[in-house]
Design a protein around this ligand. Structure first.
Ligand SMILES: C[S@@+](CC[C@H](N)C(=O)[O-])C[C@H]1O[C@@H](n2cnc3c(N)ncnc32)[C@H](O)[C@@H]1O
Length: 199
């Protein structure tokens, strides 16, 4: 697996991550992702957030899902996990250090898997999606929110070579990981979109 090259920078940013305009941006994306995650759901029991950062989205989902029994956040940056754990006052919340490409979770455990603005940083995006599929129950819902736009094409020639940053490039990966019923949603501004899919 290639090195997780962006993680050290997120580790440094964790203490102030939720502040300022960038914090507000991430919260807005998380708010809209939560709505998409729960659309049409009868009330998920177990929820996973991959690349959970400081845990804002999982806390939000915990508040909106009184019947959920466990909400798990996984992140590759230790300080993100310790910050998330420090803010977790709901006993159903659990945060673990780990990577998308090797999720610390058993097969078939989750009803909903979410991930916001983390996918672009995964070292092996295909392996990460295969792991998401592995830990989901049959018929479970995936919401993957990130930057997906043809406007990002120039970055594929430079710093983000090989990344699935356009809808076209991103569509093949969930399908290869076994997901079906892919649907795209405009989430924020022009380039932040979410793809929903089921196992
Ligand atoms: C831009 S932050 C997003 C955090 C949070 N999801 C949010 O929306 O605010 C990206 C997060 O992905 C994490 N990350 C990067 N590569 C990862 C990987 N391979 N597996 C799990 N987490 C990863 C980083 O440590 C960071 O916390």
């Amino acid at each position: 697996m290639p090195p997780h090259r962006d993680v050290a920078a997120f580790d440094d940013r964790a203490p102030g991550y939720d502040t300022g305009w960038r914090g507000r941006l991430h919260h807005d994306i998380a708010d809209r992702t939560a709505t998409l995650a729960l659309a049409g759901s009868s009330g998920p029991e177990r929820i996973l957030d991959v690349g959970c950062g400081t845990g804002y989205l999982l806390r939000l989902l915990a508040a909106r899902c009184p019947d959920a029994t466990e909400l798990v956040g996984v992140d590759a940056a230790p300080t993100m996990i310790s910050t998330a754990a420090a803010g977790a006052h709901d006993p159903r919340l659990r945060f673990s250090l780990g990577v998308a490409e090797r999720l610390p979770a058993p097969d078939g455990a989750f009803d909903v898997v979410v991930s916001t603005t983390s996918f672009d940083h995964w070292s092996d995006q295909g392996a990460g999606l295969a792991e998401c599929a592995r830990v989901m129950k049959p018929g479970a819902r995936l919401v993957l929110a990130d930057q997906f736009s043809a406007l990002l094409l120039p970055t594929l020639l430079t710093s983000r070579r090989g990344k699935a940053r356009t809808r076209r490039r991103a569509e093949g990966l969930p399908a290869a990981a076994g997901f079906r019923s892919l649907q795209w949603h405009d989430l924020y501004a022009v380039i932040i979109k979410a793809v929903t899919a089921t196992t």
